[in-house]
Design a protein around this ligand. Structure first.
Ligand SMILES: Cc1cc2nc3c(=O)[nH]c(=O)nc-3n(C[C@H](O)[C@H](O)[C@H](O)COP(=O)(O)OP(=O)(O)OC[C@H]3O[C@@H](n4cnc5c(N)ncnc54)[C@H](O)[C@@H]3O)c2cc1C
Length: 494
């Protein structure tokens, strides 16, 4: 290592930590990623159960160009393999209505018109609104720091401010969607995009409709070997660029000299660093790795996003009516969100998501079988104690699947595992097992996420789902870009 080469320690190898490792190594820094687990990827990991392979966390893949960009930044010729999906999702309602969502707008509008009785124009209008939000706001809210004044002094921001009336800032997502569609089933379909960042459509502002733009106007994608390919790809690029990984190594303290970072204390000894990029949940960082007087209490007290209860089932049967993504809607969407967000309990008739990667990657299950990832949204676990409702919810989920798909699913389950909010927290240190950091249940949420840098501690940076711009793979990747651009600019490597 050249003596002038600055050393950056990345805490955590979630998708944002991996992306930061790629970018910072490519920029010429010496990078060491310190990871508590025996594997990289954080929530974006995978496991085998018998002859079945399962992605353990994320399943929806959008904006693949963000991965392509990282490959380009690395300068390594190793294309990331993914396909564009001909259909986005299969929707099932309790009354027997079934609908397929297509990325082809005309086909989708025709399907919604036929199955739900809406006008095609109402579908186009909804997608135009999502597109407008994305065009006007994504650069401002997703691709730059919200905590630097200079980022607001540009034409794009001025234009967005002039158009603010069009964003329906004072209305909730549900209010806007209910005004556009006459059938509550269509409203339920578009409301569900709030859960993509762990929020409640009955509280979240209408601008969260921006999320539908990704799948419906840009397209839905799938990595050819499953979501875990993303982790493998970014890990491989960073290692080829020289990043070093210390697995089974937990950071116990961020070491400071005055208010400047000097390294980390870990379960394997101290590591010196010129800069630290933390991909760990911000609550964990302030709660465990820094002294209490550093804590920005207001930010840490924000409402957390949803968590999930997931069953991983090897199913010895093929279901022709199912695809890669399938949603079995609750009979009462409003009651479900009220129960999960206001009462902070799981709901007895939960919207049930079934992801089956063997539909795209047949080797993920034996011939004639399918790998089911069955997920329902539940509140984050504020108690810190093991979850008690797992078996009760399992019964509700099995009953729902039997009812809606007209089957008897128990007899086909040959292997099983489960993950709940408690286990998610144990495995990733995410506060209460929340999937996406803070919820976006109010119009100021974007401004209430932690910045990508510490204003009190010099050379400490933050990426990942719990800080700006938010949770989910695309935003995690963008947080790593924001951090890496800041560091490069500061170090004169921009
Ligand atoms: C069930 C589930 C479904 C999801 N579905 C989707 C989806 O479909 N699409 C989507 O885009 N997103 C989805 N998400 C969200 C997405 O997974 C996350 O937003 C994203 O993966 C978070 O990445 P991250 O970089 O914040 O790090 P994380 O994945 O949270 O990883 C943080 C890492 O830091 C390590 N760490 C923490 N503290 C320390 C320490 N003190 N010392 C050393 N290491 C430490 C942890 O061990 C962990 O490996 C889902 C998440 C889950 C759990």
């Amino acid at each position: 290592m050249m003596s002038s080469q600055k050393h950056i320690v990345v805490i955590g190898s979630g998708v944002a930590g991996l992306a930061a490792a790629v970018r910072l190594s490519a920029a010429g820094f010496k990078v060491t990623v310190v990871e508590a687990n025996s594997y990289v990827g954080g929530k974006l990991t995978s496991q085998d159960l018998g002859a079945y392979r399962f992605d353990m966390g994320p399943s929806v893949f959008t904006l693949p160009e963000l991965i392509d960009e990282l490959t380009a930044v690395s300068g390594i010729h190793q294309p990331f393999q993914y396909i564009s999906l001909p259909s986005i999702c299969n929707y099932f309602y309790e009354d027997g209505t079934r609908l397929k969502a297509y990325p082809d707008k005309e086909k989708f509008a025709a399907e919604v018109a036929e199955k739900l009785g809406e006008s095609k124009e109402s579908v186009y209008k909804q997608l135009r609104f999502s597109g407008l939000l994305y065009t006007m706001l994504s650069d401002i809210f997703m691709r730059q720091s919200l905590h630097k004044l200079s980022n607001f002094l540009n034409l794009k921001t001025a234009k967005a401010i002039l158009n603010i009336g069009k964003f329906k800032m004072n209305k909730t997502m549900n209010e806007v969607n209910s005004a556009n569609f006459k059938n509550p089933k269509t409203v339920q379909l578009f409301n569900r995009f709030a859960t993509y960042n762990g929020s409640d459509p009955y509280q979240a502002p209408a601008i969260i409709n921006i999320i539908a733009h990704l799948e419906h106007n840009i397209g839905a994608f799938a990595p050819v070997g499953g979501m875990h390919d993303i982790t493998k790809h970014l890990h491989s690029l960073s290692v080829q660029l020289g990043a070093e990984y210390k697995l089974n190594t937990r950071v116990s303290k961020i070491l400071l000299d005055g208010n400047t970072v000097v390294g980390v204390a870990t379960s394997q000894g101290d590591i010196k660093a010129d800069m630290i990029v933390s991909d760990a949940d911000i609550k964990h960082v302030y709660g465990k790795l820094l002294d209490p007087h550093h804590s920005p209490r207001k930010i840490l007290e924000q409402e957390k996003s949803l968590s999930a209860l997931i069953f991983y089932w090897g199913i010895k049967k093929e279901f022709k009516e199912l695809g890669l993504h399938n949603i079995l809607f609750s009979g009462n969407g409003e009651a479900e969100f009220r129960c999960v967000f206001r009462d902070k309990k799981p709901y007895h008739d939960p919207t049930t998501y079934i992801n089956i990667t063997s539909k795209v990657t047949p080797t993920d299950a034996p011939a004639g079988c399918e790998n089911w990832f069955v997920m329902v949204n539940v509140p984050h676990n504020a108690s810190g104690k093991p979850i008690e409702y797992v078996q009760e919810m399992r019964k509700h989920i099995v009953a729902k699947i039997n009812r809606v798909l007209n089957t008897d699913i128990e007899q086909y389950i040959e292997v099983e595992d489960v993950q709940d909010p408690y286990l998610i927290e144990q495995r990733t240190s995410s506060a209460g097992g929340s999937l996406y950091g803070n919820a976006s249940n109010n119009k100021y949420a974007a401004f209430l996420r932690h910045a990508n840098f510490s204003s009190r501690i010099k050379n400490l940076y933050f990426c990942g789902g719990s800080v700006h711009p938010g949770g989910g793979i695309p935003l995690g990747l963008l947080s790593a870009k924001i951090v890496s651009d800041m560091i490069r600019e500061k170090e004169g490597k921009a």
